[in-house]
Write a protein that binds this ligand. Structure first.
Ligand SMILES: O=C(O)C1=C[C@@H](OP(=O)(O)O)[C@@H](O)[C@H](O)C1
Ligand SMILES: C=C(OP(=O)(O)O)C(=O)O
Length: 666
């Protein structure tokens, strides 16, 4: 996961390949709760592992459920419909699917059995309405207190005395989660009586209530319904675990990859999405129809989708999106590539989700150059005529961050601007590995992928500096020295004569090397530590003087240049391998300083070392590297030089990042 302040996406050109979706958030949290309320054990396959499910799991544990992760499976031992703990404070982050259903279940349990619970979340959760649910529960005698602002969490659920002698009325026009919460929880209070729930106002987001009914059925409870107005929970309903249950891939998360296919994949090399397909119980699967209306070509399988571009530019749409509130945000970004203005209607609920999503989508699309109009419950987007590089504010909203990754495909609209996603880690709410998954299926022109080179003599600290800069930017990292060291080790393994340039080059050309950061594997063997030994360093220095070896490793080095960007360290990164690098740094420090550092490093690793010998070695190595005929060690003409002898690592990293930032258009 990218736990960094921002992530810059280069202009992207194409997409293809296979994506395996994380589990559905809506299904995961419902199944966790139902399993937690059931008697006995439920084994859950492919449960989502994200912020929203973690807060649910923590809450269940606090309440006395046993929740065990066993690889991709999760095993829950439930409470059997009764409280094991009568007092607890539960922190529920920003998970609506945890806050609303747990508030309902704990209110009912506390009213029946006695108990006192507090539920709270992040600051934004305390701005997300819950009054309609509290009103419904108060009607039947639950004692609920607002601990902050009336109508919003945090809440104290403090007991009460249940009286259910009439239909329970609940408003359905702010969030469907209030009805969902009641339906999930009311079986707890159904002993000896059936319970009717009546929805007031037009129910929104109906397909989510269908997910609720579907999963209740899996847990043995058949709720009858009359249209979307009346729901009846049968008397004496009991949660019965199905034993095992499988969580589908998340259909809302699928929307980004459906869009990716529609924008940038060909029929011959589509984007294949595994985990949802035909027969999904999630309403957001119908995003596929909206994408098709815009021109996507979609092949549906039982548990997969294959998507490629059909019409181009995309066709503008005017759509009522009430049935797909989450996935519809993706349409707002697809609209940037449409042949006219797109209008998304009936989306008032966007205003009370992770952020005011109508305002957020409007503001960020406008930053990119789109013309945007908004109303209380609609949004209209006219594609940009001139795209502008933009730093996208994400408002701690996972969907804003994921949606705007799609804006990086502007080369397909004839432009070429990078897009900065601020606070990319907010995707952890539902899809912690979103960007890694995204980068695995997108392609950029190499010339659009930014490279930062850090060259310098041995022991100048360039490896530490480069890997830290790469981590700070979320870029790939190429340790070119490690390639030469690995080639040297491979040559020694192969008993090649190190004096024989062609023999060594032949080994280097066939290097079975794999980078699995931070590990380096040679033919499957972990050589990370082995190649750091002095004798391998000396051999590497020797073979790196051979032009044939340098040529053999050239293509391998170029292949590291992939979205979102690359930081490469070595001796000729800026001069030979990446002459068009956007920032070149040449690191220097006197041989005495470097010898001291190397000495400290070796001693701390438990090796013995003589500082004078180290210094002599460094000097003769510098001499050899500077004077070799091919790619000698020297600063590129356009390199910034950085003497780090008096700088901490942190200060050097900050200096390089400051130079980099000054070159960015944001
Ligand atoms: O019940 C659910 O799982 C959800 C219902 C929807 O909320 P609203 O009913 O508030 O629209 C949706 O936006 C949310 O992400 C998940
Ligand atoms: C609205 C969302 O979340 P929540 O379940 O917290 O309501 C969402 O995931 O888009």
């Amino acid at each position: 996961m990218y736990a960094i302040p921002f992530l810059d996406l280069p202009p992207l050109r194409a997409a293809s390949g296979t994506v395996r979706l994380p589990g559905s958030k809506s299904i995961s949290n419902r199944v966790l709760l139902l399993a937690g309320l059931s008697e006995g054990t439920t084994r859950i396959h492919d449960l989502l592992d994200s912020d929203d499910t973690r807060v649910m799991i923590e809450a269940l544990r606090t309440l006395g459920c046993e929740v065990r992760r066993e690889g991709v499976e999760c095993v829950v031992t439930g409470l059997g419909g009764r409280l094991h703990t009568r007092e607890a404070s539960l922190f529920l982050g920003n998970a609506g699917t945890a806050m609303r259903p747990l508030a309902a279940a704990l209110s009912l349990l506390a009213a029946q059995e006695g108990g006192r619970f507090e539920v709270s979340g992040v600051a934004r959760m305390h701005e997300r309405p819950i009054g309609d649910l509290v009103d419904a529960l108060s009607q039947i005698g639950c004692d609920i207190e607002y601990l902050g602002q009336e109508g919003y969490p945090p809440l104290r659920l403090a007991g009460g005395a249940l009286r259910i002698d009439a239909p329970i009325r609940v408003r359905g026009d702010v969030s469907s989660q209030f009805l969902t919460a009641l339906l999930l929880a009311l079986p707890l209070a159904s002993a000896g009586r059936e319970i009717t729930v009546e929805v007031q106002g037009e129910l929104i987001s109906k397909p989510y209530v269908e997910i609720t009914l579907n999963l209740l059925r899996r847990f043995g409870i058949e709720v009858a319904r009359d249209g979307w107005q009346r729901f009846v929970v049968p008397a004496d309903s009991r949660y019965r675990s199905p034993g095992e249950i499988h969580v589908e891939g998340d259909a809302s998360s699928a929307s980004y990859f459906v869009a990716l296919g529609a924008l940038a994949a060909t029929e011959a090399a589509p984007v294949r999405i595994e985990g949802v397909g035909e027969g999904s119980i999630q309403g957001d699967i119908r995003f596929v129809e909206a994408a098709e209306a815009m021109g996507a070509r979609v092949r549906r399988g039982p548990n997969c989708l294959e998507v490629s571009r059909g019409a181009w530019p995309l066709r503008a749409i005017d759509l009522d999106c009430n049935h797909i509130p989450d996935a519809a945000m993706t349409l707002a970004v697809m609209a940037l590539y449409a042949d006219g203005p797109c209008t998304l209607r009936n989306i008032a609920s966007w205003r009370v989700k992770e952020t005011d999503r109508i305002a957020a989508m409007a503001a960020e699309c406008a930053k990119l150059g789109a013309q945007v109009e908004e109303g209380a419950d609609w949004l209209r987007i006219t594609p940009p005529q001139h795209w502008k590089p933009a730093a996208i504010h994400t408002y701690d909203d996972h969907r804003v961050a994921m949606c705007f990754s799609l804006a990086a495909f502007n080369p397909l609209a004839g432009q070429r601007v990078p897009v900065r996603i601020l606070d990319p880690k907010c995707v952890a709410k539902t899809f912690p590995d979103y960007f890694e998954t995204f980068f695995a299926v997108v392609q950029a022109d190499a010339s659009d992928v930014p490279v930062i080179t850090i060259d310098g003599p041995t022991a100048s600290g360039k490896g530490t500096l480069a890997s830290r800069v790469a981590a700070a930017l979320g870029y790939h990292y190429l340790d070119s020295g490690a390639l030469y060291r690995s080639a040297a080790l491979a040559a020694l393994h192969a008993h090649a004569d190190l004096a024989d340039e062609d023999a060594v080059a032949a080994v280097a050309a066939q290097l079975p090397l794999r980078f699995d950061p931070p590990r380096i594997l040679l033919a499957g063997e972990d050589i990370t530590e082995r190649i750091r030994h002095e004798e391998i360093g000396l051999a590497a220095s020797r073979i790196s003087a051979y032009p044939a070896v340098r040529r053999a490793l050239h293509a391998l080095q170029l292949s590291f240049r992939r979205a979102p960007g690359l930081v490469a360290d070595g001796r000729d990164m800026g001069t030979v391998v990446f002459p068009d690098a956007a920032l070149k740094v040449f690191l220097t420090a006197p041989a005495a300083t470097r010898a001291e550092r190397r000495h400290k490093q070796l001693i701390s690793q438990g090796f013995s070392a003589n500082i004078d010998h180290l210094r002599q070695d460094l000097e003769s190595r510098d001499e050899r590297d500077r004077n070799r005929a091919t790619a000698p060690l020297k600063p590129a003409e356009d390199a910034r030089s950085l003497d780090n002898s008096a700088l901490s690592i942190e200060a050097s990293v900050q200096q390089v990042l400051a130079w980099w930032q000054a070159r960015r258009p944001f």
